[in-house]
Design a protein around this ligand. Structure first.
Ligand code: XMP
Length: 515
């Protein structure tokens, strides 16, 4: 693999993704991993990420010079560039000349900048600067305030740039990164969706042997792709369990029960649990209470269904030993892989499974990023409605009805939500919007007039947001005529609703969901 050494900024994941976009397999390792262990992974190349520190800060991570003597090509980025300079005898100084944001870099030599224009726009974010390159290095570029903005030692195959080639604001960033990978390090671009599938199918077969496997389907992308991969590997040894809690949006249960099954041929066990969830939610209005109830009932339903599946598998002579989970690479990195990275994500995952289930885990997506998961799903022939689906919370519409959850209210919200989604898709804006919760204020009523009559109906809230990772978000500036169409249609077609309002709050202070 190409290893990305994480100095604790949030850029390491982005770098690893960019490397994969170049069809090269990459992994993230913490900077605290000793050099011999890094080298023991047999890296084809190493990239040192940016980081929040100054090389002069008291606890600044140092780079062991041994890393540069192993003959492995290394590319230092921002902090990694400075750490490399310092480790090899160059000079890094507090020049007082800070650079933040878009800057013009002027090339003075080619090397990994070959093919890029003589002046290019790059994204900078640094206080310290390399003022003298280490012996053996050629300076490749400079900016107005930074004399050494990029350097290379072609003989030792060591390279570095002060800017962040991984962010899109660095216009030729991907090109520079690929120049390092292909020309500098001589890596082959062999990581493709087809290979990913082949490799994982092989690995799953080895892990599972002839045992039976179960998998919970939620209607979302990750569980669907994980299940489809396992199905591709072991066929009918896999049984999928779908707990229909009655809190999904219009058409989503059918997507799982009909379209997904048709596309994959997966063996499906459906647990119809609408009554159970509605019963447990009766009279409950407190959001946390709702989440707890839905989470608890989900686990109970899943366990009961899993037991049934296990019983029939045991009768067939192949007991269930494995449970498929759709864990993604960012979850792996964030829960310990990326030491030094600020731990920003510890999301309440209602709708997840308990940790003490008596199964070994199969996690076929553990090394993949979300966009790779989608690509794999498409290659496996999954329906676009599932593969392209925007994030949707485990507790479903249960936390989008403000007030008690009842069957009637669910029906109202489902119709309004379907209209909003349909219009958003028709406007071609699915990609621009991270997600658009549609919320029913079931305990609020307002006066309206429809035809000649007075109405006393409920408001619907539209909550379109744009986001990178759901940790922060901004409200999406949807075109007015789209908003007007959604509003007209909902108030015309959903009798109980006489008002549509737009949520114009960023996160923070508002969360994306209302409950
Ligand atoms: P908030 O409302 O916290 O949501 O800003 C952030 C993102 O997480 C989703 N979300 C959940 N996803 N189980 C999930 O699987 C949950 O319990 C849950 N609650 C919120 C939400 O839709 C948004 O994408």
């Amino acid at each position: 693999p190409v290893l990305v050494v994480d100095y604790g900024a949030q850029y390491a994941q982005l770098i690893a993704r960019r490397v994969r976009e170049a069809n090269v397999y990459s992994e993230i390792v913490p900077h605290t991993l000793p050099t011999e262990q890094i080298l023991a992974k047999n890296p084809a190349a190493i990239i040192l990420s940016g980081g929040p520190s100054s090389v002069y800060a008291e606890d600044a991570p140092q780079q062991d010079p041994a890393l540069f003597e192993a003959g492995v090509p290394v590319f230092g980025i921002c902090y990694g560039f400075q750490a490399m300079a310092q480790a090899l005898g160059g000079t890094v100084a507090h020049t007082g000349a800070r650079e933040y944001g878009a800057t013009t870099a002027t090339a003075v030599d080619a090397s990994i900048l070959e093919g890029a224009p003589g002046t290019q726009t790059v994204w900078m974010s640094h206080g310290d600067s390399v003022v003298e390159a280490p012996a053996g290095f050629e300076v490749l570029a400079s900016t107005e305030t930074t004399p050494v903005a990029a350097f290379a030692d072609e003989k030792r195959r060591l390279y570095g740039v002060q800017w962040h080639p991984e962010v899109k604001h660095s216009v030729h960033g991907q090109q520079v990164l690929e120049r390092f990978l292909f020309a500098g390090a001589g890596v082959e671009p062999s990581w493709s969706t087809g290979n990913i599938i082949e490799e994982h199918v092989q690995r799953i077969r080895e892990q599972v042997g002839s045992a039976s496997v179960i998998c919970g389907l939620s209607g979302g992308v990750d569980s669907a792709v994980a299940a489809a991969l396992v199905q591709r590997a072991v066929g009918d040894q896999l049984t999928c369990v779908f707990v229909d809690h009655g809190l999904l949006r219009e058409g989503e249960a059918e997507q799982v029960e009909t379209d997904f099954v048709a596309a994959t041929g997966v063996r499906l066990h459906v647990a119809e649990e609408k009554e159970r969830f509605l019963g447990a939610l009766a009279g409950v209005t407190d959001p946390e209470q709702k989440r707890k109830i839905i989470g608890r009932e989900f686990i109970r339903s899943f366990e009961a269904a899993a037991e049934e599946v296990a019983r029939s598998a045991a009768q067939e002579g192949e007991p269930v030993r494995f449970l498929v989970q759709g864990t993604l690479y960012p979850d792996v990195v964030e829960s310990g892989g990326g030491e030094g990275a600020a731990n920003i994500k510890s999301h309440h995952n209602v709708g997840g499974l308990p940790e003490d289930l008596q199964f070994e885990l199969v996690e076929p997506l553990r090394t993949l990023f979300k966009d790779e998961v989608r690509a794999v799903g498409r290659e496996l022939g999954l329906p676009e409605e599932i593969v392209g689906r925007q994030p949707f919370p485990g507790p479903g519409l249960g936390i989008r009805i403000i007030g008690e959850v009842t069957e009637d209210r669910l029906a109202v919200l489902r119709r309004a939500d379907a209209i909003a989604r349909e219009e958003l898709t028709r406007a071609g804006l699915d990609e621009d919007v991270w997600q658009m919760p549609v919320v029913l204020l079931a305990d609020v009523r307002s006066v309206g007039v429809q035809g000649d009559g007075r109405t006393y109906g409920h408001p619907i809230v539209l909550r379109p947001v744009s986001s990178e990772d759901a940790m922060t978000a901004d409200w999406s500036r949807l075109p007015y005529d789209l908003l007007a169409r959604i509003s007209n249609r909902i108030t015309n077609e959903v009798e109980e609703v006489n008002r549509v309002v737009l949520d114009v709050t960023s996160k923070p202070p508002g969360t994306i969901e209302w409950e």
